[in-house]
Write a protein that binds this ligand. Structure first.
Ligand SMILES: [Zn+2]
Length: 305
């Protein structure tokens, strides 16, 4: 790919992400094929989602722009089972069993050129949520899958010139190594909770954290089932044992704090959640909080009361 081609690829992608940012800012969370068709991006007419298959390379582009994971209710075999590997990165299954199928080649091109993509994730009730910009950082041909880095999410304000930084291989390796340890925990947890606080459903991502259930220092693993998306206040309340969560996903507030009299923030922000169930849980059962870990953590809450 020539530098000019690459710039064009980036310009179109930038326009696609800007369009998604605007839609999301207007409150749109899930998208259909129809919603994302007939757009004009950097002067090119195109759609953002594949129609039939999982991988989408629009005509004007040399590399794939997006790929898709279809929603499957629990218990139904997923044709593309996008699992998280030991290293914490997601895997995306190639199309079919030929790594050189043209759609797989289109994904590989995006990987080699380090071009950002959109990952459409099917959600319950139809439609897809958009994960972007994401990068393919490696492939495992024997297992017919790509390694996906969702670490760049959520970063709608990504500075585009930085994409142009030519990373030398040693730096890139270092970066990858560091990420292997850091893991895309935040991105995975925020995605699972649809960017909403589990307690109060607050949705401003700047004020949301991926909280550990079993704490980092106590050997808690950075996996979705050990995570909860919590707003800053509920995260702090959870860490300070002011707020507890039972293994049945019910919220408890510390007795002393329940009796406290203060202003509306304490009343509406803390006390009124006592006895309520979590407002947001991952759609996939396999991503919901581990009840054993919740139990241990809840015991610590009770001990502190
Ligand atoms: Zn909250």
């Amino acid at each position: 790919m020539t530098p000019a081609d690459r710039l064009r690829e980036l310009a179109i992608r930038h326009a696609a992400f800007a369009w998604l940012d605007r839609e999301r800012a207007a409150g749109k969370e899930t998208f259909t094929q129809l919603d994302t068709s007939g757009l004009t991006l950097a002067g090119e007419s195109m759609r953002l989602m594949p129609t039939q298959q999982g991988i989408w390379k629009p005509g004007p582009l040399a590399a794939a722009l997006s790929f898709r994971t279809v929603y499957r209710p629990e218990g139904i075999d997923r044709p593309y089972d996008d699992a998280v590997g030991q290293d914490g990165f997601y895997r995306y299954k190639m199309r079919g069993d030929d790594p050189n199928h043209f759609e797989n080649r289109a994904l590989r091109e995006a990987m080699v050129e380090r071009l950002p993509l959109i990952w459409w994730i099917g959600v319950q009730g139809g439609g897809y949520s958009a994960l972007y910009p994401i990068f393919l950082i490696d492939e495992e041909r024997a297992d017919l899958q790509f390694v996906v880095d969702v670490d760049a999410v959520p970063q709608p304000d990504i500075t585009w010139p930085s994409i142009e930084l030519e990373l030398d291989p040693s730096y890139r390796q270092q970066l990858t190594k560091r990420r292997l340890h850091q893991r895309p925990f935040r991105a995975a947890v925020l995605r699972a909770y649809r960017t909403s606080c589990a307690v109060c459903s607050f949705r401003h991502s700047d004020l949301l954290d991926a909280a550990h259930i079993q704490e980092d220092g106590a050997g808690g693993r950075p996996v979705v089932t050990n995570g909860l998306t919590l707003c800053k206040m509920h995260h702090a309340a959870y860490d300070r044992r002011i707020l507890g969560i039972t293994p049945d996903y019910e919220i408890r507030i510390n007795d002393d704090v329940l009796r406290e009299v203060d202003g509306p923030m304490l009343r509406h922000g803390i006390q009124e959640f006592h006895g309520q169930r979590l407002m947001v849980l991952p759609a996939r059962r396999t991503e919901r909080p581990d009840r054993v870990l919740l139990e241990q953590r809840f015991q610590a809450f009770l001990d502190a009361s």
